[in-house]
Design a protein around this ligand. Structure first.
Ligand SMILES: Nc1ncnc2c1ncn2[C@@H]1O[C@H](COP(=O)(O)OP(=O)(O)OP(=O)(O)O)[C@@H](O)[C@H]1O
Length: 264
């Protein structure tokens, strides 16, 4: 069998703020693997360690026990083959949208060395990506001139501009209204189908998980570990109509049961 693209093996992480003796055991006995190109959603009760899992996989936190490997390598620092988007798009207000999208290029090599010389071609690249998510012509606007949904589209572009092999999404649609959220589901669905990156999505929305993912992992209450997993075998490409089928409702109902069990 091919090696997993993400391999988390028996991981524990205890946060110890300065001076704290005990600290908070966020995850323990956490194991999971994700195949290359797979779309995995992670659901679980509030505070169970979902964001901690994201930080462990992207190298923003390191385990107190166990090991984390991404693309075959032990994670020892920030993983630059990953792109990330969060609930709050956090755009720099003094930069245009295109300049915000290009931020990772100013950090990740070889772009960091090239961007000064080829700024025009990098801007073209940002504009093309923005257009592909329905933001044609928005590159020169400032983030505060965009709606919340448009900012979140731009934030996805920023996560993808360096063509990461891995996209990590931490509740990116949670603050949006229901219609905008569904539009964004379709944006992610299409981007992933086109580019084939491996995706991990943390969400509280079980419909979102079932619509987008190949597999949904349900975490236990803190300290988080994987309690159950559900393969979503609905055929692709998935249309929003699928949400109203009984097959879909059954999957969501089963996931809801796992969360209720984890909370009890
Ligand atoms: N930097 C930190 N220092 C101390 N404790 C932390 C830190 N980050 C998270 N925690 C604690 O670790 C636990 C897990 O947090 P985490 O943010 O991973 O959970 P979550 O499942 O993403 O939560 P939510 O669903 O509410 O977003 C929580 O009890 C949280 O308070």
């Amino acid at each position: 069998m091919a090696a997993a693209f993400i391999d988390v093996e028996d991981v524990a992480l205890r946060y110890r703020p300065h001076g704290a003796v005990e600290g908070t055991l966020a995850v323990e006995g956490l194991s999971l693997s994700v195949a290359e190109g797979e779309f995995v959603a992670v659901v679980g009760p509030s505070g169970c360690g979902k964001s901690t899992l994201m930080k462990l996989v992207t190298g923003l936190q390191f385990p107190s026990a166990g090991r984390v490997r991404v693309a075959g390598d032990a994670v020892t620092g920030p993983v630059n083959i990953a792109g990330m988007a969060f609930q709050n798009p956090v755009m720099l207000p003094w930069r245009t949208t295109a300049a915000n999208v290009l931020l990772p290029m100013e950090i990740v090599q070889p772009h960091r060395s090239n961007i000064r010389r080829n700024r025009a071609s990098y801007h073209e690249r940002a504009d093309a990506l923005l257009a592909s998510v329905g933001l044609e012509g928005a590159g020169e606007k400032f983030p505060w001139q965009l709606s919340g949904g448009m900012q979140q589209r731009a934030s996805l572009c920023r996560a993808l501009i360096h063509e990461p092999k891995l996209l990590m999404l931490d509740e990116p649609f949670a603050a949006l209204d229901a219609f905008t959220r569904e539009e964004l589901w379709c944006v992610i669905r299409d981007l992933q189908a086109e580019k084939g990156f491996t995706t991990v999505l943390v969400t509280h929305d079980l419909r979102e998980a079932a619509f987008l993912a190949d597999r949904v992992l349900a975490m236990s209450a803190r300290p988080g570990r994987i309690l159950a997993e559900r393969t979503v075998d609905l055929p692709r490409p998935r249309d929003l109509e699928v949400i109203y089928t009984s097959e879909f409702a059954d999957i969501v109902y089963e996931l809801r049961g796992h969360i209720a069990h984890a909370r009890s």
